[in-house]
Design a protein around this ligand. Sequence first.
Ligand SMILES: Cc1cc2nc3c(=O)[nH]c(=O)nc-3n(C[C@H](O)[C@H](O)[C@H](O)COP(=O)(O)OP(=O)(O)OC[C@H]3O[C@@H](n4cnc5c(N)ncnc54)[C@H](O)[C@@H]3O)c2cc1C
Length: 406
Amino acid sequence: MPKALVIGAGSAGPAVAQLLTEQGWNAPLFEARSSLDRAEGLFLNVAINGRRVLRLLGAEERLLSDAHPAPLMEMWSGRGRHLATVPNGPAGSPADGGAVVRRGWLQEVLWDSAITAGVQIHPGKRLVGVEQNDRGVRAEFADGHVEEGDIIIGADGVGSLLRRQVAPEVTAEYTGLIGTGGFSRVPGLAPTVGVQRFVFGRRSFFGYLVREDGTVYWFANLTAPQLPSRDRSVSGEEILTRLQQVHDADPEPVPSILAHSTGSIGSYPIFRVPTSPRWWRGRAVLIGDAVHATSPSAGQGASLALEDAASLAAALGAGATDHERAFAAFERERRERVEKIVAYAASIDKQKKTSGNPISAAARDFLLPLFLRGATKDTRYDWVFDYTPPPVVAASDSPNGARSTP
Ligand SMILES: Cc1cc2nc3c(=O)[nH]c(=O)nc-3n(C[C@H](O)[C@H](O)[C@H](O)COP(=O)(O)OP(=O)(O)OC[C@H]3O[C@@H](n4cnc5c(N)ncnc54)[C@H](O)[C@@H]3O)c2cc1C
């Protein structure tokens, strides 16, 4: 049985491990974090292209059982004026809209799905070194554990260790934005049914949604040209105080959402990996954020990672006999699409950064409604969502039986 060592149990890792297992591979999954913590991370958008992969995994329905469906996104100015409504999915197809989920919930659903398919997940295993030769790969973990396999798949995120071996010249770029966010509950605030709202605040971009039960998911992007020093950890309270100052002149419900914030506040600098000259080297291949991290602005990070998982599993098929050919086919299929989406997300980041400048903000508030008039029927961006995973032909001894393209 061919063996793939899968590194990183975020979005891409569990998905590729499951699909390979279903094709007859031994695909153990190694994760640096020591346990699955539902509270880790905030929330993210899963677009229809990512949902199709979850469907292939048999996990879509469970994921959507605790999601905020958001087929539409509303843009508001810092003066409380509705600027535009745009689709969060292919235009004119609300059933194919995105869904916003807690990141911890996506993790749990993907892990459970992989375990059910027979994947062995090993938490607490941080990859620290890899060697490869013409017979196989040898991975070394921080706790001294060593594992051998035919190939190694780096699904180890934006700070990927495996990327140092595949493409050592590539480093993740800081976008100049700090993502912050959390949860809130504002008495009397009505649910934003089917919608996420975005406010071009006077000094910072703010996004929120209100679930049916009144829980608010919110985020704010702070512009910070210099990457904050790692030496100083900033407390959630300090971040909240800063956000309340930054958003004090913005329209309601922004100040109230911050005032009623509950639980911990997340804060992380946003990085991207716009391109990499190589996606694979020898027996090692990269997928997801490890090779093309995108800022969250296009709502595509998790969906692209899931797409990679499906495409790589299909390229590898049932055997490791010609892994280099499979890796090359995978890169050929994926590169143009993901680089285009990473660039698209970067162009959205630029719009967010202008909100501190009153002149460009006024120009944007004037122009955006003109550009985005009729956007809900504008099919120009449908290509972003245009991915259908290739069919996976299950191995006869797979516990889950055959699957077909959703
Ligand atoms: C803790 C966490 C919280 C996040 N929160 C958000 C959020 O709130 N909103 C948002 O839009 N995006 C968030 N992201 C990013 C988002 O999950 C990814 O952009 C997207 O899902 C792409 O998935 P991925 O599998 O490529 O990478 P990731 O989801 O980042 O997964 C990579 C995995 O690899 C593991 N890993 C890293 N290095 C090693 C190593 N050396 N050995 C073994 N394992 C390793 C990491 O612990 C992680 O589990 C978060 C990521 C993480 C890790």
